[in-house]
Ligand binder design. Structure first.
Ligand code: B12
Length: 436
């Protein structure tokens, strides 16, 4: 029902010339991905700002779902941004509002008004203070990168220090930043580079951007187009898309990397939201420069219906499952074997293990935009402050998908290990003062 409207919307965007760079994906692929993203929007779930941002970046036709998302995002902003949101989440809200040509300094809904940029500045200051004192941010460097990007695009203060710290982290041999984090940091640093007159800071950013972009290009040359994994490709392509001047002397044939993206059937709305912009030659850096005059499509209200379950086939498979903690309190390690229908996602395995032996294999999840995240197993809970989490592996190799998406094979051995995510090398304020 919505596809006609999207088709037209995307066509308009492409006719506007945005597809000249980047992957130059077919309109059919872009429309299909837009459709999947829109179909994922449900009235009974949290509005996802990354989806609104991606819809705006591909200039999908304004319709009921789009309008509903924007309204819900404003409502969430005025009720929850100050108290219940991390800095990174507020940054995504700011980016989604900017991309809708709405002023994030003046968000009005439910009879309340909030200055979301001010909230973001406060939260970014807390991240920066923690990064300077402890060498690690309050949340993650991925979030700090979103913070710096959103503040820079909103034309607010506070992003220069954050960007300088990010550049230091990128250049530190001790900080093993993921591709996703380096990509968003590159977007933030590129924005800062274009908005600062401070020469020392520019030089630092140039060096860090050169490092990130050349690292990505080396990686894709070695891995047949892949940068990180299939879920980091969207952000990596966004970064390469908007940082050409920092690898100017190097030829990049994007075909390999784009083919890698085309070969994957993206289903997760979050993954689609990150990969769509570079498919039409755009990145999050374009969020504040969009033309929002597109008219409202006459399509009727979409169903915004609850999610459908997935049906597997009738065969059963056997999966071995081990949970291990050697990090905190009394160490433990337990293994079980369960039968689940073929085609089941890993969550089904955890449920079967819990049903079989609830004392040992009880677990809890929290819903996130990437699906259900396992936050506790055997009564041992992940803790943001202590930077602990339950990591999932198969044959000792970390899974690239979560329990709501990953489908184990017959006979596979899945491990859940209680572990910590890396502490990044410290950067003292002294270390960055000279750049500011
Ligand atoms: C930081 C991060 C983490 C941190 C989160 C810590 C924290 N307190 O913020 C930690 C290290 C805990 C983590 C864990 C995992 N992660 Co992670 N993570 C990220 C990263 C780099 C940034 C997320 C973020 O901060 N977003 C910004 C904030 C503002 O948005 P948010 O909605 O509040 O973010 C929350 C969710 O993203 C959630 N989250 C983070 N990772 C994952 C993964 C899954 C599957 C789920 C359901 C939720 C989730 O934690 C965030 C904070 O609450 C993304 C990269 C990306 N491209 O998005 C990968 C990413 C989302 N993670 C990924 C994966 C695979 C995992 C793991 C499954 C890895 C593993 N083998 O165990 C586990 C989750 C296991 C579980 N317990 O269920 C994949 C997901 C791909 C997919 N198809 O689902 C991504 C895209 C990285 C990648 N390119 O492979 N992750």
């Amino acid at each position: 029902m919505l596809s006609v409207a999207f088709g037209i919307g995307v066509l308009l965007a492409l006719a506007g010339g945005t597809a000249a760079k980047g992957c130059n994906a077919s309109q059919q692929l872009v429309s299909e991905l837009v459709q999947r993203m829109e179909d994922s929007v449900k009235v009974n779930e949290m509005p996802n700002p990354s989806i609104l941002l991606a819809l705006n970046l591909v200039e999908a036709t304004w319709n009921y779902t789009h309008k509903w998302l924007l309204q819900r995002i404003k409502e969430e902003a005025v009720t929850r941004a100050q108290k219940d949101m991390t800095s990174g989440k507020v940054a995504l809200y700011v980016l989604s509002l900017l991309s809708s040509c709405k002023d994030p300094r003046h968000v009005q809904a439910l009879g309340k008004t909030i200055n979301l940029v001010q909230v973001l500045q406060q939260k970014t200051d807390e991240e920066v203070a923690r990064l300077v004192v402890d060498g690690i941010p309050k949340t993650t460097l991925y979030s700090v990168s979103l913070d710096a990007l959103a503040l820079c695009l909103a034309g607010a203060g506070g992003y220069q220090v954050a960007s300088a710290l990010l550049a230091k982290q990128v250049l530190s041999p001790d900080s093993h930043l993921s591709v996703d984090t380096r990509a968003v940091a590159a977007l933030a640093m590129t924005c800062t580079y274009g908005h600062t007159d401070l020469q020392d800071l520019q030089e630092l950013l140039r060096e860090a951007l050169h490092n990130v972009t050349n690292g990505f290009l080396d990686e894709q040359e070695k891995s047949g187009g892949m940068i990180g994994n299939i879920y980091s490709m969207g952000l990596a392509l966004q970064a390469l898309e908007s940082t050409q001047e920092f690898y100017a002397l190097r030829e990049w044939n994007s075909t390999q990397a784009c083919n890698m993206v085309y070969s994957h059937d993206y289903r997760l709305p979050m993954a689609i939201a990150q990969v769509l912009p570079p498919l039409v030659g755009r990145s999050y850096l374009d969020a504040a420069d969009l033309n929002c005059t597109t008219g409202m499509s006459p399509n009727p209200e979409p169903s915004l219906s609850p999610k459908l379950g997935t049906a597997g086939d009738h065969r059963n498979i056997e999966v071995h499952y081990t949970i291990t903690n050697t990090l905190q309190g009394t160490p433990f390690s337990y293994t079980t074997t369960v039968q689940v229908p073929a085609g089941s996602v890993l969550l089904r395995v955890l449920q079967a293990a819990q049903e079989k032996d609830p004392d040992i294999f009880r677990f809890q999840t929290k819903q996130t935009f990437w699906g259900p995240m396992v936050i506790s197993i055997h009564g041992l809970a992940a803790d943001l402050d202590q930077r602990t989490y339950w990591e999932f592996l198969s044959g000792g190799v970390p899974l690239q998908e979560g329990v709501g998406t990953y489908k184990p094979r017959d006979g596979e051995h899945i491990q859940a290990n209680f572990t910590t995510y890396p502490n990044y090398g410290g950067t003292t304020m002294e270390g960055i003062k000279s750049y500011l």
